[in-house]
Design a protein around this ligand. Structure first.
Ligand SMILES: Cc1cc2nc3c(=O)[nH]c(=O)nc-3n(C[C@H](O)[C@H](O)[C@H](O)COP(=O)(O)O)c2cc1C
Length: 226
């Protein structure tokens, strides 16, 4: 089983990265032979899509001055595609968006009378996992991001499934793994009520467990032989 993680956040120990680590732990403890690769989007030698649209006639991206050809092959080969990002202005962080714009070269697009059709050059049959964290208390803060992933995934056909792990009211590095006691000085500094610390520490613990469980569940459902 092959897993590709595209990590779009700038904080290596940020909350979305920690949740991603827990998801991967769930995979590895279920199938130690799973092949997991993580790409830190901002460090990768991958440029912006130039919008040349030659992918529509050539069937692949024509840009030659970066590592996209290799990386895109590994994305295509993955069974599970994990996209990790903080929520920035109710959208994904730009290093990940840069990668997803390059996904344009994965399909042929035809403009129709009332819209457009997308035909992937290769069959896509993946579990897509979006792992997100944001600072607000609002339950719907990441809805535009979820919609973005749903819309993008649908272009790759009905054999793909989206799963989400989304943490709210997470601000500082390490927040998601902090105990109620550890959250107290942070909440004082952030000027938010101290009485939220217990509820938040418990919710964060449950979120970490759900990330682990999702890794385990997806691995089990694909079978150890893959
Ligand atoms: C540029 C920027 C934009 C942000 N925009 C939002 C936002 O729209 N909504 C929100 O709830 N939090 C927002 N935040 C807070 C982050 O989403 C939050 O700190 C998150 O936990 C960061 O994820 P990380 O810990 O994985 O880096 C923003 C933070 C930054 C730096």
């Amino acid at each position: 089983m092959k897993v590709m993680v595209l990590n779009g956040g700038p904080r290596r120990k940020g909350n979305s990265s920690i949740l991603s680590g827990e998801f991967i732990r769930g995979i590895m403890e279920t199938n130690p032979e799973a092949e997991v690769e993580e790409i830190i989007c901002e460090r990768a030698n991958v440029g912006f899509c130039r919008g040349c649209l030659q992918c529509n006639s050539k069937g692949h991206c024509v840009l030659k001055n970066d590592d996209w050809a290799d990386i895109s092959r590994r994305i295509l080969d993955a069974d599970i595609l994990v996209m990790v990002s903080p929520v920035y202005f109710r959208a994904i962080a730009s290093p990940l968006k840069k990668f997803i714009d390059r996904f344009r070269a994965f399909f042929y697009v035809r403009i129709t009378e009332d819209g457009s059709t997308h035909d992937p050059y290769e069959e896509w049959k993946k579990d897509w996992v979006a792992i997100l964290s944001y600072g607000s208390s609002a339950m719907d803060e990441a809805d535009p991001v979820k919609e973005f992933f749903e819309m993008t995934m649908e272009l790759f056909g009905p054999k793909n499934t989206l799963h989400t792990i989304i943490g709210r009211r997470l601000a500082r590095v390490g927040h998601v793994t902090s105990t109620a006691e550890e959250l107290k000085p942070l909440y004082e500094m952030l000027k938010i009520p101290e009485e939220w610390t217990h509820e938040d520490a418990q919710r964060n613990g449950e979120l970490m467990a759900s990330a682990y469980d999702l890794g385990k569940k997806l691995t089990e459902s694909r079978g150890k032989k893959e």
